[in-house]
Ligand binder design. Structure first.
Ligand code: SF4
Length: 380
């Protein structure tokens, strides 16, 4: 298939698995040609704007019932208080508001009360049955008392939990990470992480679609699966979005080795590998999907991912560190702007829910959320 045909099929959202196998994975196209097509597809759907979300990072709890072979976010009990208090959450949100942030990213460990008594007892003491119940309460405080919009990443969720969270979250997220079964076999990075089974993650992402929640997902690249499996993962995301239309953003994130983890000796994916995968993601997902590479952890200079077809840098915080990658500082906004402009694009802030999901008031966001966004955040 020639490059014009690939472009046309991508615009029509009709690139098939065999198109990819025959033309792209088989190294028929050079990386530069692949990036050229991906960049043209992004330009067709997104114009010359690259976005970012000014955010604060709220690590509500770092306790987690799972253990992933690359994670240093997770802590054992005793490291610090099991949960951030309501005053800490609100104080952080108010400080972020003063600095012009609009997103309150709640990232936390998966259901720690199922593993640790200290978490269970803390929740009972303060009147909550679960971490998710406490998260809902903290989302609500931020939603009602500040201009920030919560976006929660609490792990796998039931339909009931998604319904509880939706009124106070502009959007939510769960990385698919990978669809490979090899990762949860003996000695794999997900052996002790039942929430990382692809089937349970696909279930949560699909339930969020049924509940009409604007959703962020993506891949974690380099943790032991193959390039072909990663491409299959992108197809899986497309398939879910084709059914529900709620995937607002796909993150193609590279793994980074960290000391004292199982994968410490595993090298991160190479720059060319990531550029190829990001380009293929744009070709598969088409011109209208928001595709993000986080600039603080990307391999090589982050600007070149613009040429591979991304249109978003994700959350960038002027106040809080990246608690998942604490060794990797966010770029300063002036540098992000300079790099984006150097590649010929304009940097613009966005809300944690993309504007295309605001047009259907009462569908993807509650009336109260819609009112808050329109009256307090989109003025002027
Ligand atoms: S990556 Fe998430 S699920 Fe895995 S151990 Fe860390 S906090 Fe828990």
């Amino acid at each position: 298939m020639n490059t014009t045909k690939i472009f046309e099929k991508s615009i029509d959202l009709s690139i098939t698995k065999s198109d990819i196998d025959n033309s792209l994975i088989g190294d028929v196209l050079s990386l530069s040609k692949l990036m050229e097509i991906a960049g043209a597809i992004r330009d067709y759907g997104k114009g010359n704007v690259i976005t970012f979300s000014p955010k604060i990072f709220i690590p509500l709890t770092k306790l987690c019932r799972d253990t992933c072979g690359y994670c240093t976010f997770r802590k054992e009990p005793g490291y610090e208080n099991p949960y951030m208090s309501p005053d800490e959450v609100l104080g952080l949100a108010q400080a972020g508001e003063k600095m012009g942030c609009t997103e309150a990213l709640f990232t936390l460990g998966e259901r720690p009360e199922q593993k640790y008594d200290v978490a269970k007892k803390w929740l009972v003491k303060y009147g909550y049955n679960s971490t998710i119940e406490y998260l809902v309460a903290m989302n609500r405080i931020v939603f009602e008392k500040t201009n920030l919009l919560p976006h929660s990443n609490p792990g796998t969720l039931s339909r009931r939990e998604l319904k509880m969270l939706k009124p106070y979250n502009a959007s939510m997220g769960l990385m698919l990470e990978s669809i490979s079964p090899s990762l949860y076999r003996e000695n794999g990075p997900h052996e002790y992480a039942p929430s990382k089974r692809p089937s349970v993650r696909i279930k949560t992402i699909s339930l969020a679609g049924e509940e009409k929640i604007a959703f962020t997902t993506g891949l974690l690249v380099g943790i032991g699966d193959s390039f072909e499996e990663q491409v299959d993962g992108i197809y899986k995301i497309k398939e879910i979005n084709d059914e529900y239309g709620h995937i607002q953003e796909v993150i193609i994130q590279n793994f980074r080795p960290k000391i004292n983890t199982l994968l410490n000796g595993t090298p991160p994916p190479k720059e060319e590998y990531m550029l190829r995968l990001v380009s293929i993601a744009r070709i598969i997902l088409g011109p209208y999907m928001n595709i993000q590479v986080p600039p603080n952890i990307s391999i090589g200079g982050y600007g070149q991912y613009i040429n591979a077809g991304i249109n978003d840098w994700g959350g960038v915080s002027p106040l809080t560190i990246d608690h998942v990658n604490p060794e990797a500082p966010w770029p300063q906004l002036k540098n992000l702007k300079l790099v984006t402009e150097k590649y010929g694009y304009e940097l613009q802030p966005r809300l944690p829910i993309y504007s295309e999901y605001l047009s259907e008031s009462g569908t993807f966001v509650s009336q109260a959320m819609d009112d808050k966004i329109r009256n307090r955040l989109l003025v002027g």
